[in-house]
Design a binder for this molecule. Structure first.
Ligand SMILES: Cc1cc2nc3c(=O)[nH]c(=O)nc-3n(C[C@H](O)[C@H](O)[C@H](O)COP(=O)(O)OP(=O)(O)OC[C@H]3O[C@@H](n4cnc5c(N)ncnc54)[C@H](O)[C@@H]3O)c2cc1C
Ligand SMILES: NC(=O)c1ccc[n+]([C@@H]2O[C@H](COP(=O)([O-])OP(=O)(O)OC[C@H]3O[C@@H](n4cnc5c(N)ncnc54)[C@H](OP(=O)(O)O)[C@@H]3O)[C@@H](O)[C@H]2O)c1
Length: 283
C-alpha cells in the first residue's frame, strides 16, 4: 500500500481571486495510492446541489490546431455533502488520461475549472420512501456515496444505511474507510440527526485481487447470500429496500439485473422508484 500524503493550503486566507472563467481554488490534496487521490476546492457562492450529483470539472489546455486555450472537462461526482462550504472530489489517476495525467499534479492554491451545473440520478428524490438503503460502489464509484453518507437526510429517511465497496486492492478502500470512521465520530452530524445515528450505518468493504477480511465481488457475495448473512439482514425486497449503484459498466449491468430479480424497479428524478444507477466512468 502506498503512503497517504495530504497537502493543505497553509493559508486558506490567501485564496487567490480566480483568473479563469468558472475557476475554483484548490485548498487540499490527498494522495491515497498511486492511482487514487482526493482534493478539495472552494465552492462558488451560488452553487446549490443535491448530495449525489455530479458536475463537469477540468483544466485549460492548448488546442493543437488553433493554439488557443480551451477547457478540458470531465464529469465528476461531488464527494462532499451539500452543506459543506467547500467541494470535495475523489479521483482516479489515469497515466495517459487527457485530464487526470495533469490533474493528479494539482497543489493547494492552483485553480481548476468547475461548471456550476450539477446533475445526476443518485439523489434521494429519485427513490420512493423505504426502510433500508443500499449504496453499491466499485472503485471511484464510492464518490457520490461519500456525499450521501454525510448528508443528514440519508439517516432521516432510512432506518438502516448499508454501503458496500468493492475494489481490487486493500489500499483502494482507504479513502472510504477513513470517511466512514469520520462519520461515526462526527459530532455535528450527531447533533443534527440525533444520538446514535451512526448505528444505522453499516459498512461492507470487499477486495477481489488482494487478501482482506472479506474477499469477492459484491455481486457474487449477494448470489451466495453471504452479504445478507454477514450483515444479519434479509435479501432485498421492493417493499422495504432502496438501492443506489455506482461502478464500472459491467458491474452496473450485473447488479441492475439482480436488483430487478429482487423485484426493485429503476427510478429517475421525474419518476421515483426503488433503485437508481450511474456510471462511475465511461468505458
Ligand atoms: C457521471 C460520471 C461521473 C464521474 N465521476 C468521477 C469521479 O467522481 N471520480 C473519478 O475519478 N472519475 C469520475 N468519472 C470519470 C471521469 O469523467 C474521467 O473519465 C476521469 O477523470 C479520467 O479522465 P481522463 O481524461 O484522464 O481519461 P479518460 O479519457 O476520461 O479515461 C480514460 C480511461 O480511463 C479509465 N477510467 C476513467 N475514469 C476512471 C475511473 N474513475 N475509475 C477507473 N477507471 C477510469 C477508463 O477505462 C477510460 O476509458 C465520472 C464519469 C461519469 C460519466
Ligand atoms: N486497480 C488497479 O490496481 C489497476 C491498475 C492498473 C490499471 N488498472 C485499470 O484501471 C481501470 C479501472 O480499474 P479499477 O480497479 O479502478 O476498476 P474496475 O476494473 O472497475 O474494478 C473495481 C472492482 O470492481 C469489480 N468488478 C468488475 N466488474 C464487476 C462485475 N461485473 N461485477 C461485480 N464486480 C465487478 C472488480 O473485481 P475484479 O478484480 O474481479 O475484476 C474490482 O474489485 C481498468 O481498466 C484497469 O485495467 C487498474
Amino acid at each position: 500500500m502506498n503512503e497517504i500524503s495530504t497537502v493543505t493550503e497553509a493559508a486558506a486566507k490567501a485564496v487567490k481571486k480566480p483568473a479563469l472563467p468558472d475557476a475554483q481554488t484548490v485548498t487540499e490534496v490527498t494522495h491515497w495510492t498511486d492511482r487514487l487521490f482526493s482534493f478539495r476546492v472552494s465552492r462558488p457562492a451560488s452553487l446549490r446541489f443535491r448530495s449525489g450529483e455530479f458536475v463537469m470539472i477540468g483544466l485549460m489546455q492548448t488546442d493543437e490546431k488553433t493554439g488557443k486555450e480551451k477547457p478540458l472537462l470531465r464529469a465528476y461526482s461531488i464527494a462532499s455533502p451539500s452543506w459543506d462550504e467547500e467541494l470535495e472530489f475523489y479521483s482516479i489517476k489515469v497515466q495517459d488520461g487527457p485530464l487526470t495525467s495533469r490533474l493528479q499534479h494539482i497543489q493547494p492554491g492552483d485553480e481548476i475549472i468547475l461548471r456550476p451545473k450539477p446533475v445526476g440520478t443518485l439523489v434521494h428524490d429519485a427513490l420512493l420512501p423505504g426502510k433500508r438503503i443500499w449504496f453499491f460502489a466499485t472503485g471511484t464509484g464510492f464518490a457520490p456515496f461519500a456525499s450521501l453518507l454525510r448528508d443528514p437526510q440519508t439517516y432521516e429517511d432510512y432506518d438502516e444505511v448499508i454501503i458496500t465497496h468493492t475494489c481490487r486492492e486493500v489500499g483502494e478502500l482507504e479513502y472510504g474507510k477513513q470517511l466512514i470512521d469520520g462519520i461515526r465520530k462526527d459530532e455535528m452530524l450527531e447533533e443534527l440527526i440525533g444520538e446514535g445515528f451512526h448505528e444505522k450505518l453499516r459498512y461492507y468493504p470487499t477486495t477481489t485481487r488482494e487478501e482482506s477480511p472479506k474477499m469477492g465481488r459484491i455481486t457474487d457475495l449477494m448470489r451466495k447470500s453471504e452479504v445478507f448473512e454477514d450483515l444479519g439482514v434479509e435479501a432485498l425486497r421492493p417493499e422495504t429496500d432502496r438501492a443506489m449503484v455506482c461502478g464500472n459498466l459491467a458491474f452496473n449491468l450485473e447488479i441492475k439485473e439482480m436488483l430487478e430479480e429482487y423485484g426493485l424497479r429503476e427510478g429517475a428524478n421525474s419518476d421515483p422508484k426503488e433503485y437508481v444507477v450511474e456510471k462511475a466512468f465511461l468505458d
